[in-house]
Write a protein that binds this ligand. Structure first.
Ligand code: SAM
Ligand code: DTB
Ligand code: SF4
Length: 333
């Protein structure tokens, strides 16, 4: 219900929620989850990197940054028919959303952007939800994506405003927020979340969730990633996260963003089945589906089919929950 949605969360409230004894936190998140997501569905979203590597940004976590020596090499942009063949395969495997990523700092007008627009039109014509993640964009570019039929734009806050400065020096946190506003104003749904395991404090994690929840409207999708530690990146030697930290992040996101799809995102390859099930129980209702994320591995589709079966979930049909301002999403389920 709309009255459950708040945009005035404080750090201390969210920190208290985060630190609640685990079973109490999961109970609370579960109760919010069943109220707002009574259909028990999971969204299966397949990723494809349409322009890999050679990125001018210096994001410390990212294997695609040209500032780091990693196994990822810069590649030419994929052709529209290659992308549509991958999208058709994703659909055959059961994905309902197809998300195309580019290792760009920002969208530049020209033939590469025109090609992305063509990809979006093609993905839509296959009956899939279309999402892209292309870096910063302006209002006119957002409007062109909307006109091509784009459903969602992924642009993560990644961490707290404070910790952001230790992770990325080539752009600012406020530029992320400006892009999210351009996406929202164009009528495209917002997909925005972050990463844990980058040396941030628990307060940084909670502050990132506060920023997301206090956006009005809240993002329709909230990806929660665990850092994939890639050789050659400055964060390669970070210790792995405890899976229960991910459970807490998912549960807090569920409580403070009741209607959003919370996506259990990168890092699942390092989680066992039971940890993933606990995340799904605590409020995650979307996963990346397909054996690759952008440049790193993800569980096999057969393992994920088994995960969905083990949890007794249904797969979300495309566009079932896209209306950003539907008065009560749970009524439609
Ligand atoms: N270049 C665009 C941008 O940064 O907005 C879009 C692509 S970028 C790869 C999309 C997101 O992937 C990042 O915001 C970050 O959250 C996530 N990501 C990148 N590398 C990651 C890693 N090693 N582990 C977890 N998430 C990662
Ligand atoms: C998101 O939050 N996670 C995805 C998607 N949005 C674009 C990307 C994860 C990337 C993990 C590292 C890689 O595969 O390159
Ligand atoms: Fe570039 Fe995006 Fe990677 Fe940052 S996260 S280096 S902007 S591809």
């Amino acid at each position: 219900m709309v009255e459950d949605i708040r945009h005035d969360w404080s750090l201390s409230e969210v920190r208290t929620l985060h630190d609640t004894p685990l079973f109490q936190l999961v109970d609370r998140a579960r109760s919010v989850h069943v109220t707002h997501h009574a259909d028990n569905s999971v969204q299966l979203c397949t990723l494809l990197s349409v322009k890999t590597g050679g990125c001018p940004e210096d994001c410390a976590y990212c294997p695609q940054s040209s500032h780091h020596q990693t196994p990822v090499k810069g590649e030419a942009m994929l052709k529209v028919d290659e992308v549509l063949a991958a999208a058709a395969r994703a659909k055959e495997h059961g994905a309902t959303r197809f998300c195309m990523g580019a290792a760009w700092r920002e969208v530049k007008d020209g033939s590469a952007f025109d090609r992305v627009l063509e990809m979006v039109r093609g993905v839509k014509s296959l009956g899939l939800e279309a999402c892209v993640t292309l870096g910063m964009l302006n209002a006119d570019q957002a409007a062109r994506l909307k006109a091509a039929g784009l459903d969602a734009y992924n642009h993560n806050l990644d961490t707290s405003r404070e910790h952001y400065k230790s992770i990325i020096s080539t752009r600012q946190f406020d530029q992320r927020l400006a892009t999210l506003r351009a996406v929202r104003n164009a009528g495209i749904t917002v997909c925005s979340g972050g990463i844990i395991g980058m040396g941030e404090s628990v307060d940084d994690r909670c502050q990132m969730l506060v920023e997301l929840a206090n956006l009005d409207p809240q993002p329709e999708s909230v990806p929660i990633n665990a850092l994939v530690r890639v050789e050659g990146t400055p964060l390669a030697a970070m210790p792995p996260i405890d899976p229960l930290e991910l459970v807490r992040m998912v549960a807090v996101a569920r409580v403070i963003m009741p209607r959003s799809r919370v996506r259990l995102s990168a890092g699942r390859s390092e989680l066992n089945r039971e940890a993933q099930l606990l995340c799904l129980y605590a409020g995650a209702n979307s996963i990346f589906y397909g054996d690759r994320l952008l440049t790193t591995p993800n569980p096999d589709t057969s393992e994920d089919e088994e995960l969905v079966r083990a949890a007794g979930l249904t797969v979300q049909p495309p566009s079932a929950r896209l209306a950003p301002d539907a008065s009560d999403a749970s009524a439609a389920e």
